[in-house]
Design a protein around this ligand. Sequence first.
Ligand code: COA
Ligand code: AMP
Length: 625
Amino acid sequence: MGDYRQAYDRSLRDPEGFWREAAEAIDWDVPPGRILDDSDAPLYRWFPGARLNTCHNALDRHVDAGHGDRPALIHDSPVTGQQRTFTYAELRDEVALFAGALRRLGVGPGDRVVIYLAMVPEAVIAMLACARLGAVHSVVFGGFGAPELAARIDDARPVVIVASSCGVEASRVVPYKPLLDRALGLAAHQPAHCVILQRPQLVASLEPGRDLSWSDAVAGASPAECVPVAATDPLYILYTSGTTGRPKGVVRDNGGHAVALRWSMDAIYAAGPGDVFWAASDVGWVVGHSYIVYAPLLTGATTVLYEGKPVGTPDAGAFWRVIAEHRVNVMFTAPTAIRAVKKEDPTGKLIEGYDLSSLRLLFLAGERLDPETYTWAGERLGVPVIDNWWQTETGWPIAASPRGLEDLPTRPGTPSVPVPGYRVRVVDPSGADVPAGQDGAIVIGLPLPPGCLPTLWQDDERYVRSYLSAFPGNYLTGDGGRFDADGYLYVMGRTDDVINVAGHRLSTGAMEEVLAAHPAVAECAVIGVHDPLKGQSPRGFVVLKSGATITEDQLRTELVAMVRDRIGPVASFRRVDVVPGLPKTRSGKILRRTMRGIADGVPEPVPSTIEDPAVLDALRPILTT
Ligand code: COA
Ligand code: AMP
């Protein structure tokens, strides 16, 4: 039996023994006694009774072990022309100081801090400063609009918000502070203070009493020590798109998270202390939380924080420059980023200009990895390309080829095999396992391994309803797919209203709520259709209210602007058609799946329950153009 198989079988047969051993890689103030608390199933808790501090494990322990001079964080920012490296000792000191500043502003254990910064070192510093105090951070991605930020502020109810004056995109400077002010105008909850990082590209005006600059906040602050917390205490909340407009507050605990991420670096990413690890994602997404910030630092590796794009900053060789310049050993990004590079530099000639000899592995995740992109990257870079499948909810891979355990061969179109800890099943609507080769819903038998969400923020009921009720005893991933005869898992796409645009997770339901709010719209549907670059892109369809006088052009312009304003530019909502009617079942359910199939040119049976086939026929030509 191979090392993977052995580890996998053991993780399911003896989960407590398996994770007890993995927990030895973490420094505990009170070491785990009991490993799994199942007394409140289906809600499970890992390492009850144990205590630790995540920031201590990410920073102080490495400094204490004599590695203070090792680079911890490299900020590489082609959009501002800046680069800066922090050693472990320097990062520990910056974090301790900012933690002292937050403490002075009233932040204590369990308090929430919303972080709305761009891809700057201060984002990492603010996150770790919260962890140091036992406070709970909630990072909001910069590409969201003010109402999305407001919804997160109202749900998390932060004591302090840490924001930057602006973000710097390839094409423009995005003023963040006015977005924050607008969000606070919309939100019912108000924080005691906002700490604003003034960036030279755009200095923001501050509201006296409430706002203070980052430099004023740290001036005279005394460094804070690490506060030990319960392993089961929350480390962060990360909001993610569900099927409705209300985002889900995914909670991450301290203990299970530290154990699982540290283990994943060895077992899946084959990266160890001193390696240079680069996740070209954004700290606003789960990939950024797990593999820009926590996992590399828990491991004592060097992490790269890249403030730029795969193309246009300045060209499609940007990724190769970063690898060569910082001697990156393991890289992680989204398939979209590779597709963007491939589009600009199809033969990969820009690669030739750089020494990529340090690179051992390329990991891709965030959306389905199409075989062409997999093959292109593997051939051009000459390193194994590892597809890995996971979600905000799990925080680390559910399926991958675990390179630290065994060099299982990878194959195009599949993220390989279930990772130890995850009892992955493919089931039919009755919950029975389907045979290999047959599609079904992908579920994970409970308990989920450490590191996965224990619940949704202050909403156990929604957690159980959304994830644990469809197939009792199992977690519903929301993805569909199949196993092949060799146990390789094929993840084919969401079975709900979540779409993935350029690796960004978005809710079509949320976009429909925006369209429906327009006074001229009687009804609407938004579907995700295939996009050669971004994987998927949203398309809207609206039916006019009778008597509406607005022109179709005007309506389209207003609807696109509304989605950009309310959800954010990241939605990339550009196309909406005015249609005479929407196809529905006799019970009134819009046939979104059928519409998507027609738009993507894939066979999708028309349900026999369709109310009026003529409505669908009228829509076909619009869907296929
Ligand atoms: N702050 C403010 N605005 C942001 C933003 C941020 N952090 N991130 C994106 N936006 C804006 C962009 O400026 C763009 O605005 P525009 O409509 O005015 O041009 C819009 O949101 C869409 O952005 P994006 O999806 O990034 O598209 P793009 O066309 O600018 O770039 C790619 C295309 C493929 C280069 C880019 O999507 C990419 O790098 N994708 C990789 C995704 C990734 O790493 N995902 C993380 C999961 S692992
Ligand atoms: P997010 O929560 O933003 O990480 O998005 C999670 C969703 O992205 C999953 O439910 C999948 O639909 C999709 N996804 C992520 N990684 C992969 C992958 N490697 N293959 C297929 N789909 C993926």
